[in-house]
Design a protein around this ligand. Structure first.
Ligand SMILES: *Cc1c(COP(=O)(O)O)cnc(C)c1O
Length: 344
């Protein structure tokens, strides 16, 4: 099998030998009966890291965000989220379909924050013409950028003032913490709930954790069962998540370094315009010329480099299964592609 350099997403990693060993040795039980010790340990570990009372192991980031909507809001309530936030734009409208919760999107600023003045204006007065605004959702990292810590303080103050719950879609919150050189709880402890993916940069094959108060998690556990998400002996999966929390957080700095190398080398290609985020984590955003849109992906694939054309600008993501040699290979193949075009 050819080894591809896969820059499509950090979801593509495969569990390595040590993680598989941890999975095979996991002590398991029926988690619907509360009898899987490995799941319990994962939930406690995550809650402790986030400085929250309780945790819940869930199938995906989408499920974690959906359960947060179910648990913070009632039918007819409203949540505020970014116009390009995953939990508004890319989760199939689950909150509206399944929980009768209305989204109120607000345009993301260039750095991914939501203008708190705009948010304030969108909070509805207590009047039966309006849905009840209950929840503010932020996303961190946003397009690979950590949200500034002082912004999080301000968002927290606003949500307290207006009695909104505050949820963090922290699919890649560990990337933010490593990049900002703070403990993850420095980011998460001001939120009422946090959902974080184990299956992205952390390299587990499946799963996310949702954390919050005991009461919030009891509620979310109930809704998870309703949605068909009750686990049986899923400790084999939780063991991978625990392994990831124990071994794969600090090494995210390596992914960030690789993304920086990639950005610097691609910036040397005249036809490309590469983002210059000062606080880069594991993503590089690249504008490519119009003429290359149809041919770039298949040409790179032929040479063993996988990219996704789902986003524009093009998003390249580094992860556990990309090493420095892969970055050099990818750079060389990008350079070849554009220099060949120039000479024809
Ligand atoms: C990937 C992602 C999710 C959803 O995670 P899945 O496990 O793919 O459902 C949610 N939010 C953000 C910001 C993500 O990147």
């Amino acid at each position: 099998m050819t080894k591809f350099v896969d820059l499509r997403s950090d979801t593509v990693t495969r569990p390595g030998t040590a993680m598989r060993k941890a999975m095979s040795e996991a002590v398991v039980g029926d988690d619907v009966l509360g009898e899987d010790p490995t799941i319990a340990r994962l939930e406690e570990t995550a809650a402790e890291m986030f400085n929250m009372e309780s945790g819940l192991f869930v199938a995906s980031g989408t499920q974690g965000n959906l359960l947060a909507l179910f648990s913070h809001c009632q039918r007819g309530d409203e949540y505020i989220a970014g116009q390009t936030a995953h939990n508004y734009l890319e989760e199939g409208g689950g909150g509206a379909i399944l929980a009768s919760i209305q989204p109120q999107p607000v345009a993301n600023e260039l750095d991914g924050t939501l203008s708190l003045d705009h948010v304030k204006d969108l909070i509805k007065p207590d009047d039966f013409h309006y849905a009840r605004t209950r929840l503010l959702c932020l996303e961190n990292t946003w397009h690979g950028r950590p949200l500034p810590l002082n912004y999080l303080d301000d968002a927290c103050a606003l949500s307290r003032e207006h009695k909104l719950a505050l949820h963090l879609d922290g699919a890649r919150v560990f990337n933010a913490a490593v990049r900002q050189d703070v403990s993850v709880s420095r980011i998460t402890s001001r939120f009422d709930s946090v959902s974080a993916c184990l299956s992205k940069g952390l390299g587990a094959p499946v799963g996310s954790v949702l954390c919050g108060s005991r009461n919030f998690i009891d509620n979310a556990r109930r809704w998870r069962k309703v949605l068909g998400g009750g686990w049986r002996q899923a400790g084999v999966l939780a063991a991978a998540g625990l392994f990831a929390l124990e071994h794969h957080i600090e090494r995210l700095a390596i992914d960030h370094h690789h993304a920086t190398l990639l950005a610097e080398s691609l910036a040397e290609i005249e036809e490309l315009s590469v983002d210059d985020f000062p606080e880069r984590t594991n993503m590089v955003w690249v504008e490519v010329p119009q003429w290359s849109l149809a041919t770039l992906e298949p040409n790179l694939r032929k040479e063993g480099v996988l990219i996704s054309m789902d986003d524009y600008p093009l998003r390249l993501v580094t992860h556990l299964d990309t090493n420095e040699a892969d970055i050099q290979i990818a750079t060389r193949i990008f350079k070849n592609f554009f220099s060949k075009k120039k000479s024809t």
